[in-house]
Design a protein around this ligand. Structure first.
Ligand code: UDX
Length: 424
């Protein structure tokens, strides 16, 4: 099928290259001239496992073309996938100006029978609103809701092996058109109305955020009562109604989706006259988690951070990505800086321009009073701990990901402080 993808950001680029690999002819439009230039010169401006190869394959096969102009990209396309940013506005509500702008621009440019498909995360009711907008502009193109669930770091894998495909449309032919994009993938398909499809995305992200915030707050309670969160969650996760996934305590959630989508859903609820107190409590507890980790580092440094050197391993919001947006790791590092610490950060991929970075985990611990493990990069668990102990000035390790083996840390002569774990 011939499709257009509008927006070569994270979702758009993976979706475009993924659809090309499934045999479709994909025209990808990007408004940012420098990003387009980078793409045309063979660069892939996102760190994502397998994406370079997938994009190259699409380009070499002639299945993936790049365009500066949206109207040019949609020529001949049966489906026009909108992969545009929907950032949090001032009040936390999703800002739909990019989506509306492109709908206005393309309303009358689509081929007859072509459809808009919204991949961006948009509040429930958006497709319905955009359908009315199109009708007012004199277009009868349908707007189909088709949320994406890609995780950063494993987006290509997630695209090719989705847990489910969700399609929200009123017309069965619209559902079939989108479903046919994935004929070659064996996966669960949910067809529903557009508003419910939009809600699936917010509900999934908010549930996951709540679930891991539950694990984080439970870890705090385990510390208070002297239980070990790792064993507790092993026991909890074995209940088949709960399952073991997404239960690892950490410094809080980050990235481009959870912080934005939880806030946006509260806005959606408020607009609908519903007070979503549970989700508000999740956001509060998540904010508190970062401060708790920073306080733990402060305590490990002897109660104050002025004049103390803190090595921070990891600034990316999670392992497997260079993304530092809303990263709890970099937020905590900045809190430490504002508390007076001399912070030296190392991350294999991520860079926070406001922090001092060095090129290796061992370089970071040179002369450090405290080591904070803030992102769960596997390479951190392979660092020679005896060498870490030799290079540090102090001896305390705060492991905000429960990544290191406490026995090995202690064996190296260091003091281990995890999350929700017994002290010794
Ligand atoms: C998320 C959703 O999973 C994805 O479906 C959606 O499309 C975009 O948002 P992503 O932001 O890439 O994906 O990250 P994810 O792997 O879900 O992790 C989110 C946050 O939760 C990270 O900060 C991560 O460190 C944290 N997390 C996750 C934990 O602290 N513990 C866990 O057990 C799992």
């Amino acid at each position: 099928m011939q499709v257009a993808v509008i927006g070569a950001g994270y979702v758009g680029l993976v979706t475009a290259a993924g659809l090309a690999s499934l045999g479709h002819q994909v025209a990808l439009a990007e408004a940012d001239a420098s990003r387009l230039l980078a793409l045309e010169s063979g660069e892939v401006p996102i760190y994502e496992n397998g994406l370079v190869e997938l994009v190259k394959w699409g380009r070499d096969a002639g299945r993936l073309t790049y365009h500066a102009s949206n109207p040019e990209a949609v020529k001949g396309a049966e489906l026009v996938l909108l992969c545009l940013p929907t950032p949090a506005g001032v009040d936390g509500r999703a800002d739909l100006s990019y989506v509306r702008g492109v709908i206005d621009e393309l309303a009358l440019a689509l081929d007859p029978k072509a459809r808009f498909v919204i991949k961006s995360t948009v509040p429930p009711g958006t497709a319905v609103e955009l359908n009315k907008r199109l009708a007012n502009l004199g277009s009868d193109a349908a707007v189909i809701s088709h949320p994406e669930f890609l995780r950063e770091g494993s987006a290509v894998h997630d695209f090719l092996h989705p847990d489910r495909i969700v399609i929200g449309a009123h017309d069965e032919a619209d559902v079939k058109a989108v479903a046919s994009l994935y004929d070659s993938l064996a996966t669960e398909m949910i067809a529903t109305d557009p508003t419910s499809a939009e809600m699936v995305k917010y509900a999934s992200n908010s549930y996951l955020a709540a679930r891991l915030t539950f694990a984080n707050t439970l870890a705090n309670l385990c510390e208070a009562v002297g239980a070990d969160i790792v064993d507790v969650l092993d026991g909890v996760g074995l209940d088949h109604r709960i399952g073991p996934h997404f239960l690892k305590p950490g410094p809080g959630y980050g990235g481009s989706c959870f912080p934005k989508d939880t806030l946006a859903l509260i806005g959606v609820a408020e607009d609908a006259g519903y007070d979503f107190r549970l989700l508000k409590a999740v956001i509060d507890a998540d904010d508190e988690q970062r401060r708790r980790v920073a306080d733990k580092v402060k305590l490990a440094a002897g109660g104050g951070l002025r004049g103390r050197k803190v090595a921070v391993w990891g600034v990316a919001f999670k392992a497997g990505t260079d993304d530092v947006r809303e990263s709890p790791a970099s937020r905590i590092a900045r809190l430490l800086v504002s508390d007076g610490a001399d912070v030296v950060a190392y991350d294999p991929e991520g860079r926070d321009p406001d922090l001092r970075h060095v090129d290796s985990a061992l370089e970071a611990v040179e002369g450090a009073d405290v080591l904070l493990v803030a992102t769960e990069w596997p390479e951190f668990s392979r660092v020679d701990l005896t060498e870490v102990a030799r290079r540090m000035r102090g001896y305390r390790v705060v492991d905000a990901r429960n990544l290191l083996d406490p026995r090995l840390v202690r064996k190296a002569g260091l003091d281990y402080l995890g999350l929700g774990r017994p002290k010794a």
